[in-house]
Design a protein around this ligand. Structure first.
Ligand code: NAG
Ligand code: NAG
Ligand code: NAG
Ligand code: NAG
Ligand code: NAG
Ligand code: NAG
Length: 442
């Protein structure tokens, strides 16, 4: 008897049998909405209303350690608790789709299972689609992440360092999202091949939104509606290509882009209400690139900007060449505006347009100048006025002198002849003749 009891105690202490483990602590595979397939993927698909799924690293309903993928769809609420995926060494994908409320807690998606950082190690692909993300907490996404793709979603809170200390990232992409609150330093200290925000709306992009981020291939901001871009929003190094296209932006603060590029920079087809002084001054080029390929081009093409002075187009002349291919100044054309921009369009030779109220479209400043305020046209009427004044004055002076002279003549030419009679100028010639006659007679 005693022997049997000791044996049972030993078993209980050192070797809980599989069956005991399973019955004692069910995994997420036993959640009502979830199942685990033969590829050790966790698949949750909520069908009931207000159904919630919580992802946890330990305890009841934990995620099994050999899980390779997590896929959740259609739930009312999904919460990732702290360190949810830390020990899931086989994990490769996390997919969330059509979820009303996603919460990613601190360090929930922190994944660094390999002792040495290497891009050769496999990484995780995180996708969120058609969902509302209530919060991505500080430090919640870290480690060996391959790819982040968030699309057609509402992102309510992005906390500081939400995406930080990532390694081996190939791409971070946000497509058609509506961002509500974004705290400073959202993306901190990592390298990614591509960083893309395309479509959707953003209220404020704070200072250091991207801080100390290396983008080795493409940086793209495309078709986004943004209210405010702060100073030092993008602290980015190394992109081969920078594209800022098709955006509608209320304000771009000075020194917004603090980017060291390895290639050309294109600022095209954006509609900007206020581009503040020095907004583009923070673009520069890596020294090695300049040494090999020379200065890179900063292309300003087909943008419409309302509040803009030439000072806003200041750029780093040691690193970049500026080409202005199309710039609509959303201001009524005036000769003063043309004067203000004269140097720029003379130097750039590009097309700078102003709004021609009379016709209701944009025309190029030189064209406006030539039809409304060319040097000739502007001074023509002055010439005319001065000319008329001159003629009037000259005529006046002439008349004055003629009259005066006439009066003087009248006085001088009153000649007293020997016969004692006085003759007037009109009678002068007659008198001379007579005088001659007189002398010959003498
Ligand atoms: C999205 O989820 C809701 C429940 O939150 C569900 O009613 C709807 O059918 C789902 N749509 C798709 C396309 O999955
Ligand atoms: C997106 O989610 C909403 C509600 O969550 C759902 O009604 C809609 O069908 C979903 N659309 C797609 C394309 O999944
Ligand atoms: C230019 O940008 C606007 C948004 O400002 C967009 O609607 C339009 O499609 C863009 N044009 C091209 C040719 O991309
Ligand atoms: C140029 O800008 C105008 C006004 O924003 C837009 O309608 C047009 O599509 C743009 N063209 C190109 C080629 O981007
Ligand atoms: C231009 O960029 C270089 C770095 O590439 C920097 O040292 C220099 O101060 C910048 N010039 C201006 C005017 O910002
Ligand atoms: C141009 O300016 C007017 C008012 O000054 C504004 O209503 C309009 O939206 C502006 N257009 C663009 C494309 O910024």
């Amino acid at each position: 008897m005693r022997w049997v009891i000791w044996w049972n105690i030993l078993i209980a202490l050192y070797a809980p049998t599989p069956s005991e483990g399973q019955t004692a602590t069910p995994t997420i595979c036993e959640e009502e909405a979830c199942r685990c397939d033969s590829f050790t993927r966790v698949i949750c698909s909520c069908t009931k209303e207000l159904e919630e799924v919580t992802l946890r690293p330990q305890g009841a309903y934990r995620i099994p350690p050999m899980t390779t993928g997590i896929s959740i769809e259609g739930c009312h609420s999904v919460t990732f608790l702290q360190n949810t995926i830390r020990n899931l060494i086989q994990l490769r994908t996390v997919e969330l789709k059509n979820i009303s409320n996603i919460v990613i807690r601190e360090r929930a998606l922190d994944w660094s299972p390999f002792s040495r950082d290497s891009e050769m190690n496999p990484g995780i692909r995180l996708t969120i689609e058609n969902s509302t993300v209530s919060e991505i907490a500080s430090h919640s996404i870290q480690g060996r992440i391959d790819e982040v793709l968030i699309s057609n979603s509402r992102i309510i809170n992005l906390r500081p360092f939400a995406f930080s200390s990532l390694t081996g990232v190939k791409s971070v992409e946000f497509i058609n999202n509506d961002f509500n609150n974004i705290d400073i330093q959202t993306f901190k200290k990592f390298a990614s091949s591509n960083f893309i925000i395309r479509g959707g709306t953003i209220r404020n992009l704070p200072s250091r939104f991207l801080s100390d981020v290396e983008v080795t291939n493409l940086f793209r901001l495309d078709g986004v509606k943004i209210k405010y871009l702060s100073s030092l929003t993008f602290l980015v190094t190394a992109p081969k290509r920078i594209l800022i296209e098709n955006n509608v932006i209320d304000t771009i603060e000075g020194d917004c882009f603090h980017m060291v590029s390895r290639g050309p920079i294109t600022f095209r087809n954006n509609s900007v209400t206020a581009l503040n002084k020095g907004a583009l001054l923070g673009f520069s080029v890596q020294r090695e690139v300049i040494a090999v390929m020379g200065r890179q081009e900063l292309l300003i093409d087909n943008n419409t900007i309302t509040n803009l002075t030439p000072a806003a187009l200041m750029y780093n002349q040691t690193d970049l060449t500026l080409r202005v291919d199309g710039l609509n100044l959303n201001n009524s054309c005036t000769c003063e505006l043309a004067e203000e921009w004269h140097d720029v369009y003379n130097k750039q030779g590009g097309i700078i347009n102003c709004w021609y109220d009379l016709e209701g479209y944009f025309i190029s400043l030189p064209t406006f100048v030539s039809i409304r305020c060319g040097t000739f046209k502007q001074t023509f009427w002055i010439f005319v006025a001065v000319g008329v004044l001159f003629i009037v004055l000259a005529a006046g002076i002439a008349i004055f002198f003629i009259v005066k002279k006439e009066n003087e003549k009248k006085k001088k030419l009153q000649i007293v002849l020997p016969d004692g009679k006085t003759y007037k100028e009109t009678e002068f010639h007659v008198i001379v003749e007579r005088a001659e006659l007189l002398t010959t007679d003498l």
